[in-house]
Design a protein around this ligand. Structure first.
Ligand SMILES: NC(=O)c1ccc[n+]([C@@H]2O[C@H](COP(=O)([O-])OP(=O)(O)OC[C@H]3O[C@@H](n4cnc5c(N)ncnc54)[C@H](OP(=O)(O)O)[C@@H]3O)[C@@H](O)[C@H]2O)c1
Length: 228
């Protein structure tokens, strides 16, 4: 079909990313999903649709992002930086906050978004929308001491979102971040309030409602703005 919107979603093999793929296909988008490890991507591979193309990509490996960039045949209307990790819900003094695990979280969550945008920018359509999946745990005014470095990573994601939105204003590209809600995934856990379907369905609807006037803002999954 002509004029199909094209969306690229990172971390598309499970969790919110996988459901974003399914909801985008339901909306008749042309969908590009990225995964890191084929062995962990069966559900993504099992989706049978001519509108889905999948690529191996690690968001902290510049060569792998460039490889995707060089193999894209259509410009992107939406670039969704969804891939992310959490080193745990402890605080700085807990064992889950080892130097290595803290570096990993900052690397994947912060630099992963930066590198994805840096190397896929040339694939964007005019008027494209870049969405960084952030979290309300990244809001600066808070009273929590848990998930210290994950919080910091998402605060950085929101800060980078503002910088990139300023950088790309002259090109009419919209750059925003979204909180997906508390979602039942490997990261969100079984007690989370939303299913991946509830989150992803609303997220896609909210992405479709974005316009350039929204650039630089942080949104909840339902499209309402959040102060950060
Ligand atoms: N779930 C929640 O309640 C919640 C709340 C707020 C924000 N978020 C954010 O929402 C996003 C998705 O979270 P989720 O709950 O769906 O998590 P998830 O189920 O743990 O899935 C994380 C996804 O990110 C991918 N990923 C991790 N490191 C990567 C890397 N270096 N390169 C490429 N892909 C990588 C994973 O791939 P592998 O399978 O290869 O590991 C997986 O596809 C994250 O940014 C998270 O911080 C989630």
């Amino acid at each position: 079909m002509l004029n199909k919107k094209t969306i690229l979603i990172t971390g598309a093999n499970r969790g919110i990313g996988l459901q974003l793929v399914k909801e985008s296909l339901n909306k008749n988008f042309s969908v590009l999903g990225t995964f890191r490890n084929k062995l962990k991507s069966k559900e993504l591979y099992d989706i049978k649709s001519n509108s889905l193309n999948i690529f191996e990509m690690d968001v902290i490996n510049e060569t792998s992002i460039l490889n995707v960039s060089n193999n894209l045949t259509k410009p992107l209307d939406y670039l969704i930086c969804n891939a992310g990790i959490n080193n745990g819900f402890g605080n700085l003094f807990d064992s889950d906050h080892s130097h290595t695990s803290m570096l990993n979280v900052l690397n994947v969550n912060v630099l992963g978004c930066v590198l994805t945008i840096k190397y896929l920018k040339k694939n964007l359509n005019s008027n494209a929308k870049i969405v960084l999946i952030s979290s309300t745990l990244g809001i600066q005014q808070h009273i929590g001491s848990n998930a210290t470095i994950y919080r910091a990573s998402k605060a950085a994601v929101n800060n980078i979102m503002v910088s990139v939105s300023e950088e790309l204003k002259s090109e009419n590209i919209t750059v925003v971040s979204f909180h997906p809600g508390w979602v039942r995934t490997d990261m969100g856990g079984a007690n989370a309030t939303l299913s991946t379907k509830e989150s992803a369905k609303e997220l896609i609807k909210s992405f479709e409602n974005l316009s350039f006037k929204d650039t630089g803002k942080f949104f909840n999954y339902d499209g309402t703005t959040i102060k950060f």
